[in-house]
Design a protein around this ligand. Structure first.
Ligand SMILES: *Cc1c(COP(=O)(O)O)cnc(C)c1O
Length: 445
């Protein structure tokens, strides 16, 4: 069970020195539950295998957890990758993911990026008609094996988090299908380019109701049917349905499930899974979020305006979204003692309303406010679960706080925990070097 494995890992992380009061790079550490990641990947594969016999490429959205060993693990589980920048493509290649299992999206691809992707044979989803015109020119000068698609925006509305809602009327992504003349222009773009075989949509991420996501996919499927009818053949042979399955940040339960979503898609878009269309998915957060945990030392505890505050070492540098948009991104905080044991027991007041602060020098750097927790004490450890995607792998360099080490762990049947290093903690020397440290005189003239 995930919570059992986490408790074992916290204890072992303390025992094995992954946290250390005397090392500035080890005030916090990030853990990845390898078995949990494998289980999520397997659940994704089997959920779609249960609804279609067509080929399915599950392309993990690299932006969710841009760590090379994670990409390699997912590739080992039968997944591919979705990349959206030259950096993400470089990570995928370093992980050994072949072009045939790589999909390039991004609203801002340069001609050089497109040329590289087409030369490698990576699938490309154009964001707009201007980009298609660039692809026309590149293909005319060098034929490509890349499957090419176009991203469309079904414009079906927003979820609860505006910043992550990609299918609004004015979203910056894709061709808005409900704009005047747009649908006709998209159909014509396909008819003019018989080599365009894919159609792409991604309706959004956390905060989008499942029914709305499914409606977006159904809209893309209906468009593919329209294009194919007008072309008089199965021109669009693959539909890329994007990612965006939301994550439960409230309990350890993994809900909603891939199986629920796959069944909803089958019901909402009859024909999508009848075998005529290959499927590409681009899930990110839902594959990794629940398998990552940040551990942070509590440095001090005090009260301010009568409210207890625990000052920890985890804040805006690893939980940027939560700190800047706490209402949209609440995180759980779990209390452990200095030895890494869950903070229970009669000697400790439970359910004390506390603030859990980060180390950064601005007032808003809070992991949680007014949260009932066992009363925290100096040298305790707080664990922040559900942070495997878009948290510790997305470091924000405020106050020159170091990037934490990331360690994968496995738990043997007898409870013994083994760690492997996924990413070393950043050293102070590295921070200096990345901050112009090699040229202190640069501005002296
Ligand atoms: C961000 C993104 C994804 C992944 O979204 P998740 O919410 O992490 O599943 C997939 N496709 C595209 C195009 C994206 O921009």
């Amino acid at each position: 069970m995930a919570s059992y494995r986490r408790d074992q890992a916290v204890r072992a992380a303390v025992e094995q020195g992954l946290l250390s009061p005397s090392d500035p790079s080890r005030q916090i550490v990030a853990l990845l539950d390898t078995a949990g990641i494998r289980a999520s990947a397997a659940a994704l594969v089997s959920a779609f295998a249960a609804v279609t016999d067509a080929p399915v490429l599950h392309a993990f959205a690299v932006k969710a957890t841009p760590l090379v060993p994670v990409l390699r693990l997912l590739y080992d589980c039968g997944l591919g990758v979705e990349v959206a920048s030259p950096g993400e493509l470089a990570l995928a290649r370093a992980a050994g993911v072949p072009p045939s299992r790589t999909v390039l999206d991004s609203p801002a691809k340069t001609p050089a990026e497109l040329r590289q992707a087409l030369a490698l044979g990576i699938a490309v989803n154009a964001d707009n008609l201007q980009e298609l015109a660039r692809i026309d020119a590149l293909i005319a000068s060098a034929p490509t094996a890349s499957p090419i698609g176009l991203r469309v925006n079904p414009q079906i509305g927003a979820g609860t988090i505006g910043a992550l809602s990609t299918a609004t009327a004015t979203s910056k992504f894709g061709v808005g299908l409900r704009d005047e003349g747009a649908r006709e222009a998209v159909v014509q773009a396909y008819l003019d380019r018989p080599w365009m075989r894919r159609l792409h949509t991604h309706t959004g991420s956390q905060g989008i109701p499942l029914a709305l996501m499914a409606e977006g996919v159904a809209t893309a499927h209906a468009l593919a049917e329209e294009i194919n009818a007008k072309a008089g053949r199965q021109q669009v042979d693959t539909i890329d349905i994007g990612g965006g399955l939301p994550v439960n940040f409230v309990t350890d339960e993994e809900t909603p499930t891939y199986a629920e979503y796959a069944e909803l898609l089958a019901a909402t878009a009859p024909g999508l899974f009848d075998g005529r269309y290959g499927i590409v998915t681009e899930f990110g957060r839902s594959l990794l979020a629940k398998h990552g945990t940040i551990l942070a030392r509590v440095e001090y505890t005090k009260t301010s305006g009568a409210r207890p505050i625990a000052v920890t070492h985890a804040g805006v540098q690893v939980a940027t979204r939560t700190v800047y948009a706490p209402d949209s991104w609440p995180l759980r905080v779990l209390a452990y003692d200095a030895d890494g044991r869950p903070r229970t027991g009669p000697e400790i007041p439970q359910d004390v309303v506390q603030d859990v602060a980060g180390p950064a020098c601005f007032a808003g750097d809070m992991l949680a406010t007014a949260r009932p927790l066992p009363l925290l004490r100096p040298d305790d450890i707080v664990a922040v679960p559900d942070t495997g995607a878009y948290y510790f792998a997305h470091h924000y360099a405020y106050n020159s706080l170091p990037r934490p080490g990331v360690h994968g762990f496995t738990v043997a049947d007898d409870g013994a925990v083994s760690f492997v290093t996924v990413r070393r903690p950043q050293s102070l020397d590295e921070i200096v070097a990345e901050s112009g440290g090699e040229r202190p005189d640069a501005l002296l003239g």
